[in-house]
Write a protein that binds this ligand. Structure first.
Ligand code: URA
Length: 212
């Protein structure tokens, strides 16, 4: 598994404002959207392309286009929805599949409550959107789900990651031989006893959409 912490002053600037408890939901949504577009640029570095010939107004030349099958973007509901527009801005021809997952706040175990994805993901490059990689339970369940449907590789985009979550993914997938990448704006210190990332930014879903 490969982890990439994006090191860029604009990413750090936006992340700092997301962390700030005084940032209201409209500003949080806008900054998360902008930040995801910056993460998406890094996360799509290995997206498959095919060589094509293109006619300019003057001559023919060689270029590339995204290969088929098109990549699949998978936001994990609910908080992953706040990352979807930022991702699709860079990959407008991608398809979108939805995974509804919730973690039990006592056991911290993830369970799936909704799926809307193609049955066959053979040959598909998948991009999972999950803002907070905390214990890693939700993300590992989502990645297992995609590989079980035949996904070729999985890249997760997370606003923040905790060392415990990365270690969990490593322990689940290290002998799987599956290509997995995590791209994040920050690697934080640790989890607290309730499974929240410290220093973190709080509950990403609540900050995006309000407390339910
Ligand atoms: N989910 C969140 O929204 N925030 C955390 O800190 C951990 C999990």
């Amino acid at each position: 598994m490969e982890t990439h912490v994006v090191d860029h002053p604009l990413v750090s600037h936006k992340l700092t404002t997301l962390r700030d408890v005084r940032t209201d939901s409209p500003t949080f949504r806008r900054l998360a959207d902008e930040l995801v577009t910056l993460l998406a640029y890094e996360a799509t570095r290995d997206v498959r392309v095919s060589e094509v010939t293109v006619e300019t107004p003057l001559v023919s030349t060689q270029g590339v286009r995204l290969s088929r099958p098109t990549p699949l973007v998978v936001p994990i509901l609910r908080a992953g929805l706040g990352m979807l527009d930022g991702m699709m801005r860079l990959l407008p021809t991608a398809e979108v599949g939805f995974l509804g997952m919730i973690r039990n706040e006592e056991t911290l175990e993830a369970s799936t409550y909704a799926t809307r994805l193609p049955e066959d993901l053979s040959g598909r490059q998948c991009f999972v959107l999950d803002p907070m990689l905390a214990t890693g339970g939700t993300l590992s369940a989502a990645i297992e789900f995609l590989f079980a449907r035949g996904a070729e590789d999985v890249t997760a985009l997370c606003l923040l990651a905790a060392p415990e979550g990365l270690a969990h993914l490593e322990s689940v997938f290290h002998d799987s031989g599956r290509p997995i990448k995590v791209v994040t704006a920050g690697l934080d210190e640790r989890l607290n006893e309730l499974g929240y990332i410290l220093p973190g930014l709080g509950d990403a879903g609540d900050r995006l959409y309000g407390v339910v």
